[in-house]
Design a protein around this ligand. Sequence first.
Ligand code: ADP
Ligand code: MG
Ligand code: MG
Length: 249
Amino acid sequence: MLSINNLHATVADKPIINGLTLDVPAGEVHAIMGPNGAGKSTLSYVLTGREGYEVVDGTATLDGEDLLSLEPNERAAKGLFLSFQYPLEIPGVPALTFIRTAVNAQRKARGQDEISAPEFLKRARAVATSLKIDFDMLKRALNVGFSGGEKKRMEIFQMAMLEPRFLILDETDSGLDIDALRIVSEGVNAMRSPDRAMLVITHYQRLLDYIKPDRVHVLSAGRIVASGGPELAHELERDGYDKYVRAAA
Ligand code: ADP
Ligand code: MG
Ligand code: MG
């Protein structure tokens, strides 16, 4: 599904991604762990096409199609989704209206017609039920006055409504209490499917107790320096990144 080969990228002319190679097959969840400043967030921005992130070498394909030549909205239309780190608050706009706008923008980029109101409501109700979200919450202004846990539920709801093919969660767990962590993990686990894949970027092993990865990779100095099963995350939690930072230096 996602295939990255010998990727090199710079930010403000500074090399940050230095020959990164990674394959995430459909149906799998891979975790990326690594020390602060290793380039984890840079990788997610390079993949989604954020401005200021220059690819200087290598390739990245989604389902065999070159990602790097596409505009950010075209990548989103292909089903690439990066979790939002800071939930937007939009006073006066009901959450459901906001999400319908996002769904229609995605459909437009895919060359599809707008979703009809009844069809949208039907899907929204089904997704809300599956994620245990109170439908009335979706009628309130997006995130305004929502608790931390409610904001997380809303984020998962948006994600599910957009039906991404490939999800990147970048330190979605930072600052979450155990309840919010459960909400996020349950939502993410509910979205696992044979034709979808995920990259879970985290600094801590804790999240991986809830979202069980098929593979764990260590990112250090802009490349993958070690890969293994879930036991690698436990080793990192116990021993830290020193060994891998030295190996990458
Ligand atoms: P991580 O997410 O692994 O903590 P980042 O990808 O955020 O690491 O950052 C990797 C490196 O890129 C860091 O050294 C950081 O200082 C540098 N960096 C990130 N953004 C910029 C920027 N806009 N300008 C210059 N350097 C940057
Ligand atoms: Mg960081
Ligand atoms: Mg980061």
